[in-house]
Design a protein. Structure first.
Length: 305
């Protein structure tokens, strides 16, 4: 996501509109888990992801323009770009490879370890200072993911491990996605020099996914009106979300947007549950709340430092 300081001279009305735009971006991003899953069910994990990122790349290039690679710092272009592509593919395939819709919700929540991991890695990569609160915050977020995986059943390390062994590739990709995005956020802050290669990185993601689609056995793509409408919405919402977020953090209430973004796991789980027709138990929602609270504690550990 592009980063810049909020305007201090913005008109109150325009500032309110910019903040609203940022909140809309959070809402659109929160709908991605459910849409990723339903599109994967129509076109397959790889084919669905390839279609999503192709359409999203086109929309982003039209909305933000395609930056020239030579204008981007080399480390950000190659290393940051590789991390971005790796994250998007890992998350999309993790959700698409879930054995059930309920499992796709679990995998989506694992991804939301990234805010806590971002703060943790910032200590080592960017010299971020933090209070002792970062450690209980991180522990709470990890415990929240364990609670999500446990659900309402009995808990033991053996049962938790058995649950993950049911689909090790998908769970491995979800954990990898959280770590990769945390690393990307920190390195982008160091290397991007305020420039954004998001549109270019989306194009690269689409290309890699199509290569995977054509060199590995994949189900044929069968288009239907409902699936095509979902694809169109996903592509447009991605472009709108990135554009709206850029406006929000540039001219809106940054503190409000930062705080609201940490509640994305709750909104994401709610929207995915409604879209996929699921009714998660209390244990799942308890775990989601722990992930959110852990992320907020990690953020508070660095806020005044």
């Amino acid at each position: 996501m592009p980063e810049s300081a909020p305007s201090l001279t913005a008109h109150p009305v325009s500032a309110q509109r910019a903040t609203l735009a940022g909140l809309i971006a959070i809402l659109l991003w929160s709908a991605s888990v459910g849409l990723f899953r339903s599109i994967a069910e129509q076109f397959g994990p790889t084919g669905g992801a390839a279609l999503i990122y192709t359409l999203s790349a086109i929309c982003l290039c039209l909305a933000l323009g395609l930056p020239r690679p030579r204008q981007l710092p080399k480390r950000y272009l190659f290393i940051g770009g590789a991390l971005f592509v790796g994250y998007e593919i890992s998350l999309a395939l993790a959700i698409g490879l879930a054995h059930t819709r309920a499992q796709s919700l679990e995998l989506g929540m694992i991804n939301y370890l990234w805010p806590s991991l971002t703060v943790l890695l910032a200590l080592f990569l960017n010299g971020q200072r933090a209070s002792w609160l970062i450690w209980p915050g991180l522990a709470l977020a990890v415990a929240g993911v364990a609670q999500v995986l446990k659900g309402d059943g009995d808990w033991s390390p053996a049962l938790l491990w058995a649950n993950m062994q049911d689909n090790p590739i998908a769970y491995g990709l979800a954990f990898a996605a959280a770590l990769i995005w945390a690393l990307y956020c920190n390195l982008t802050r160091r290397w991007s020099e305020g420039r954004s290669g998001v549109a270019l990185f989306f194009c690269a993601t689409a290309i890699v996914l199509w290569v995977m689609f054509f060199i590995t056995p994949q189900p044929a793509l069968h288009f239907s009106l409902p699936a095509s409408l979902q694809l169109l919405f996903m592509g447009l919402s991605t472009a709108i979300a990135y554009s709206a977020w850029n406006r929000g953090i540039s001219h809106g209430n940054m503190t409000l947007l930062a705080t609201a973004s940490y509640f994305t796991p709750v909104l994401s789980a709610l929207l995915a549950s409604l879209w996929l027709g699921l009714t998660p138990g209390f244990g799942f929602w308890q775990g989601v709340g722990m992930v959110v609270l852990g992320s907020l504690v990690c953020w508070l550990a660095t806020r005044n430092r």
